[in-house]
Each structure stands twice: as C-alpha cells, then as structure tokens.
Design a binder for this molecule. Sequence first.
Ligand SMILES: [Zn+2]
Length: 200
Amino acid sequence: MDPIDKLARLLNELPGIGPRQSKRLAYALIVKSKSYTDELSKAIREVRDEVTQCSSCHRYISAKHLSQGLCSICRDMDRDRSLLMIIPRDVDMQNMERSGVYHGLYFVLGGTVPILEKDHQAFIRKAELERLLRSRAEIKEIILAYSQTPEGEHTAFLLKELIPTLGTFAISELGRGLSTGTELEYSDNETLRNALRNRG
Ligand SMILES: [Zn+2]
C-alpha cells in the first residue's frame, strides 16, 4: 500500500477524522520537518507506554502521577468522599475540574450507551462501576453528569436502573440543569456551577 494511503487510513480511524480530512492531514505531515514527525511518533509511543488508568476513577493518567494505583484527586482526603460524580469521558472530567465548582470524587464511565444497544459493557465501565459502588460505604450521593443528548439521557436512564441494585444512594442528575443539546465537554464554568446547584 502507498505510504500516504496507509497513513491516511490510520488517521481515518480516529474520532472526528473523515476520509478527506485524513488525506489532508497525511499530506500536511509530509511537508513537516523531520524533527516534528520524530517528536510526534515518540509522543504517540509514550502515550501508549506511560499512560495508565487510576484504579478508582478510571481516568487515564501518566503512571508517574499515580500512587498506590490512585490519582491525585482520588488520594485527596480534603475532597468530599460522600459524593461521587459519574461522568462520561476524561475530557468532561477535566472540564469539570477546571471549573473548580465540584469537590467530590469522580468515576469516568468511558462513554455513553447507544439506544437499543444490549451490550452495555462494550461502551461503558459497567462492571468497574458495580465493583466500586459495592466496595465504598462512604458514598452517599451519586451525581449523574451527562450531556443533554438522546444517548446521554439513555445512559443516565440505564444508570438509574442499575445503581439502586448496588446499594442505598441518593441519585441526582446534572443534566437537568443543562439545556437540551448541551454537550458537557463544552459547558462553561457558570453553566456547570448552575447545573450542580440545580441538580435534582
Ligand atoms: Zn482517580
């Protein structure tokens, strides 16, 4: 296979990169300096080799920043450990952290479940969530944070069925404080603060 086609095919597998864009990116890389492409391939290898998951919230993090398997947020004893926010992806968690409005713990679900999909574990960390909730007596309230999209609401619906089978928790929803169609990832600080205050 032609090396340009091969690179384009690989780039095309990434989210949000269509066939035309992947071709454009492949041609853009040809004209970049050798030092840039060397650094890029090294960075890709390092991400594979050095990034691991926190054993509690399951976010991806450099192994260097873990201690006893836990990230700095999960280790922080000043956070409110009675609150657990279930959030779809790492970027949503980063956005929430950056806003500074939330001081409980997190669980990164890993995505959302498409409507009509029967195999939930293929899309979300269902087994990991079950294990966490069964082992943590200190969790009192679970906040479901999801985008106001059909898939986000469907996933929240599935979680509302699952969670009561795992213990006694108060369940609240952040999605209700967001307007329809809002993506969690793109919500600003004020929106997140209001959504958290108005959770129900
Ligand atoms: Zn963590």
